[in-house]
Ligand binder design. Structure first.
Ligand SMILES: Cc1ncc(COP(=O)(O)O)c(C=O)c1O
Length: 483
């Protein structure tokens, strides 16, 4: 019986392939004199290796599986922005832009270290040593927890500072503390979960928590940081309505943006409240080490005996942001849960080993000491310049550490207008709005003093003062009664 046409056509590609194999094998065999054998071996199985025609055919096939055949590929319409927007997760449309480096001549916007102090040479030498010591280890995946000797180094210092039995099992390395925060969010938060944060607070943390669908409850800050009355009532309210807080996020030392440092008695109260309401505390220590008035009060981690606190740290501010080496220190069970939830095949082995070489060289402590002197001078220069150029129009507290002045503008000034006027003069500062999860910041501006050397800082703040004065002038002009 005749085969149906479809069945015959089905075998055509395979037959063509066999024919091609035979021809290629024969061309090669003609050159080597074994034509008959070649015809037989060319019908099935792998092609005999080495022949000119065989290699040509293999190359052609590798380049395109349909090599030698005419194929017309239909050309679909190009993707538009709207096509991509339609596919985005709703939260990816709702989140605000993250802050970034500014292209303006005077960047008082990005919280980065002084460029001239970056230890590039020492890190280059450390990287060379790390690669030479164990090339395969330095160039393989970092593993979920990170390079054990770096974890042990961090654990030793935490144990020394806190008197607690912190070991490498309590430490996980991350790609900057930003990843640590994101990883905590991924591990603990589901849609609708409650996170309690300062108002203002670090926008990166707001984004990370919101990205998991968390609901953020604000606690007001005063000059000493989170207000405990506000925290207690927020925790109690959440418990009472059946939606207890899961996380409390706090930057106890040199807050970003407020610069505030939580006093010891507030830390003790916070630790008690968190334990009572069984909310985990994320103690973000990004600026620890940038102590400009001596060491900060005891950490929440130490006060709580390491219980229920996830301490987040980074080498971004004390070595370099580009390293992307951060960490969490927490109870080993929490560390295991965090490691389980990450999906990045670990952070960079090479960078972790480089950092270890740098730490072991003994250069780190003197470097941080030098940074403190640099930032102390800049904080003081910036404070004096803001007073001189903004006068009564701007108030602020002098921070005990970190990188920021948090400016409160006079009633007639709007932050967005001042930021725009500053931009027109080549100065980037950050409007307060982004630091509030649920509204606020209309009359606040964050000004970074860490990045620019004193002379540039003075010039930039003089220009900023002009911007403030121009907006105030317009405001008073607008408010003036008609003549
Ligand atoms: C409070 C705070 N936490 C975390 C980070 C993230 O820093 P990194 O990911 O570079 O460690 C920053 C950066 O500015 C910060 O200000």
């Amino acid at each position: 019986m005749a085969r149906p046409l479809a069945s015959v056509l089905y075998h055509v590609p395979a037959l063509l392939q066999q024919l091609g194999n035979r021809i290629a094998a024969c061309v090669d065999a003609t050159m080597s004199g074994s034509l008959f054998a070649a015809w037989r071996t060319g019908t099935s199985g792998p092609l005999p290796e080495g022949g000119v025609a065989t290699r040509a055919l293999l190359l052609a096939r590798a380049a395109h599986p349909y090599a030698g055949r005419r194929v017309t590929t239909p050309q679909p319409a190009p993707w538009s922005d709207a096509d991509i927007q339609r596919l985005l997760a709703p939260v990816a449309r709702a989140l605000p832009q993250p802050t970034s480096l500014s292209p303006l001549p005077f960047d008082l916007n990005a919280g980065v270290p002084d460029a001239a102090s970056l230890p590039a040479q020492a890190l280059a030498e450390a990287a060379t040593r790390a690669l030479a010591a164990d090339p395969a280890g330095a160039l393989t995946y970092g593993g979920a927890l990170g390079f054990e000797p770096v974890r042990a180094w961090i654990a030793e210092r935490q144990a020394e500072n806190t008197g607690l039995a912190v070991t490498a099992a309590n430490v996980m390395l991350t790609s900057g503390s930003a990843q640590a925060i994101d990883n905590i969010a991924a591990t603990f938060l589901a849609a609708g979960d409650i996170v309690v944060m300062g108002a203002p607070t670090y926008p990166g943390a707001i984004r990370a928590f919101r990205a998991r669908g968390a609901h953020i409850v604000d606690v007001p800050q005063d000059v000493d940081g989170l207000e405990m009355v506000g925290l207690a009532s927020a925790l109690e309210h959440q418990r009472a309505i059946g939606a207890p807080a899961k996380l409390i996020y706090v930057i106890a030392n040199y807050d970003n943006p407020s610069g505030a440092t939580l006093p010891l008695h507030r830390r003790q109260e916070l630790a008690l409240l968190a334990a009572r309401y069984r909310a985990l505390v994320v103690e973000d220590d990004a600026y620890t080490g940038i102590d400009l008035n001596g060491p900060p009060p005891t950490s929440l981690f130490q006060i709580a005996g390491g219980q229920g606190i996830i301490r987040v740290g980074t080498f971004s501010k004390t070595i370099a942001t580009g390293l992307r080496v951060g960490w969490v220190v927490a109870d080993a069970a929490i560390v295991r849960a965090l490691a389980f939830m990450r999906f990045d095949n670990g952070s960079s082995s090479l960078v972790q080993r480089t950092v270890l070489e740098y730490l072991r060289s003994g250069a780190y402590e003197p470097h941080v000491e030098q940074l403190r002197a640099i930032y102390r001078e800049r904080r003081d220069v910036a404070s004096a310049a803001v007073r001189a150029h903004c006068g009564e129009l701007v108030r602020f507290e002098v921070p005990a550490g970190g990188f920021f002045l948090w400016l409160q503008l006079a009633a007639e000034l709007e932050a967005e207008q001042v930021v725009r006027a500053a931009q027109e003069r080549g100065v980037a500062v950050t409007p307060g709005r982004g630091y509030f999860a649920n509204g606020g910041g209309a009359r606040q501006i964050r000004l970074v003093y860490s990045a620019l050397p004193p002379e540039q800082l003075r010039t930039a703040i003089a220009l900023f003062g002009e911007a403030v004065a121009s907006v105030a002038g317009r405001a008073s002009h607008a408010a003036a009664p008609p003549r």
